[in-house]
Design a protein around this ligand. Sequence first.
Ligand SMILES: Nc1ncnc2c1ncn2[C@@H]1O[C@H](COP(=O)(O)OP(=O)(O)OP(=O)(O)O)[C@@H](O)[C@H]1O
Length: 733
Amino acid sequence: MSQRPTRRTRSGARHLALFLAHWAGGHTVSNEELFRRIIKQRAEAHQEALEEHRRLVLRAHKKATKLHRIAEEDGGLTPAAKAELKAATKEAERHTAALRALGEFEVPNLDPGQVRHRRRRIAAARCAVLAAPAAGITAATVAGAWWTGPTAAVLGVLTSWARGPQAFDLTARPVPADLIAETPMVLAVPGAAPAPVVAPVAAAAVGLPSVPPMPAPAPAPAAAGATAPVPAGAAPAAAGTAVEGGQDLVLALSKALGACRVIPRGTQVTLLAPPEVTAERWTAVVRLPDDTGATVDHVVAARKNLGGELGLDRARLHVEQVAGADDKTLRVSGFTTDPFAQPRLCTAEMLGGVDVWEQGIPVAFDAFGRLLYLRLRDVSILLGGSSRSGKGAVLRLIIAGCLLDPRVRLHLADGKHPGQHRWKGLTDSYIYDPDKRAKQLAKRLEALVAEMGERAGRLAAVGVESLAERPDLVGTEGLTLEVVVVDEVSAFTLDVKYGKRITKALIDLAARGLAFGIVLILATQLSTAGVLDRLVTSNVVWRWCMYATGADESNTILGKGMAGRGYSAHLLDPEQRGSGLLLAEGRISTVRSLWLDGADMMAVQDMVRALRAKPTTPTPAPVPVQAPVPAPAPAAVAAPEADWSVLDRWLEQAAPPVPGPAAVPAGAVQRLRALDVIRQAGPDGIKRAALADAVGVPATTVGGWLKEWTSQGVIEALGSPPHTRYAATDGRQ
Ligand SMILES: Nc1ncnc2c1ncn2[C@@H]1O[C@H](COP(=O)(O)OP(=O)(O)OP(=O)(O)O)[C@@H](O)[C@H]1O
């Protein structure tokens, strides 16, 4: 053979091999086609599941209808038929719930790894096809047909020679038209060739105010050494120099979103307002590119990685949907330090003259330091979180606010007495006794349910259906705001005897109470399943979840699917007590509750006492039975004028000389806590056993302390009555 035919054959063989490798590797199928095939398969599975549940619902309904008809005709059912009816009803409910949960099919934000996996499966099948002839030739040779091998080699050489230097077109086939028609919901093509940069969307198209011109370079942070967390791409060349214009921010954000696979690489977000850059933070309002399938939820779900891409951590990156805008418009902020790191106090002044209906009670602050007010007009709350996450602190604020508005009648049910003991005597009813509390709450709630009818009549008489239509009537005779606060609701709803009655009343009140000025504030830990009926939770307007141990626990408060959308309270810092996710008006925000304690708490309690002091009929001084005690008995009935200097002196003496955990004497923390509880109990006093429970030490130890403090005059200074003072020696305690 001469040189030319050999070269031609070699070249042909190379092109053939390349073509076969291209085909066997599955590269003839485009990313888009694979993506659409996966989506089609999922949509079909979704549809099948829907149809199956629909079929089962229909079957269960049919059976239940038949049994109802038999019951009507025969005047009743046999026990077996009754059981069947119950099972059919349950079955129908189960499948209806499943149908609701399945909902509409949504195109998932597919990980490109899944597309790759699909391609590998195609490649494996094609490699098997290619290996078949080779295996056949080998088998035939072994079986005695010696000529098959050389024949195949000759055919190969001839084919290679025939192909010659002509290269194959190594392209992907076009996506089949019927596949496109079957997957009309697919808009984005992850992994496809870089899409053209999306031109800015006209403001009118997204229903926002017109886009202001790009900002001039923002001034650099004034503080020397302060590092403003501006995204890498938008960061000043050196710390302390001016930040580049908004375009840099857009590029940095787009790059980071592309790296996190929220938007395809090469596409860009659109800046809708001039970015704000201060020493503490930068903020940009942006819109995600069209035709990418990306929404705010995708950004929220990718927040951890996005933070990393932008040189931040999750605590310092804040993402929120812009109120009133579409699902693609969001506000992204990066902070120098975690905006929730420092607790914020609620002062007595903030609560002075509070109007719970119009202005609301200040309860929390958001990442931008804005105060969040709880307006009791048309709002009820479900508050959840694991133990010590800060639920009680929120209840404290709500209770304080309610008690400072004279239009409110507060009913407090304390499922973890003495959790809210400090309010005893100040609320309209205080239910706490573990032996009687479930029965008392059941009665109280049922009375409120009955009252709804009367209230409806009163409102109808003035031609309205809801109190919100006539704010001037709020607090008038028969239309006071009835606020029911239940701390640790499981202590009531899981009560064996009264739990069902309580749940039933709660369902009624949650469904209709708000219109008549009856507000539910429910708090629960997350450990117990079935604490609250779905009919209660689904009618609660605000859902507030403090730190939770897992996504499922978080979902029990925020609603099913929230964790999947990136909103889960288990991602919060457990050490940051009071931080939580709040679902209100359809939007989720991260907030931290305000902290009311110390002097402010005392001032608030004094304000409440002054506002709510009941006119006392002069009681005759108690007749001393034994030797007269020099204690001023009538003065003890009135609100005590506590001499805090006695306590201060005691604390100063007891204070460790060097601060730090190691220097605190054993039991000192509990002693301080015990004094605090006694102070909060005020003139009502507290039993020794309850005090022991509250501070977590044995009752005998508490007895010893009480004796000591009584002799020092501390208990008296705290305004506590004799039963606290002498608890140590009182056998009935
Ligand atoms: N907003 C806040 N700011 C600062 N510290 C807070 C805040 N909220 C709560 N804490 C701290 O967390 C502690 C526990 O709070 P709290 O008693 O309210 O938790 P809880 O969820 O009611 O606990 P449990 O369910 O065990 O009763 C408080 O004693 C307080 O020190």
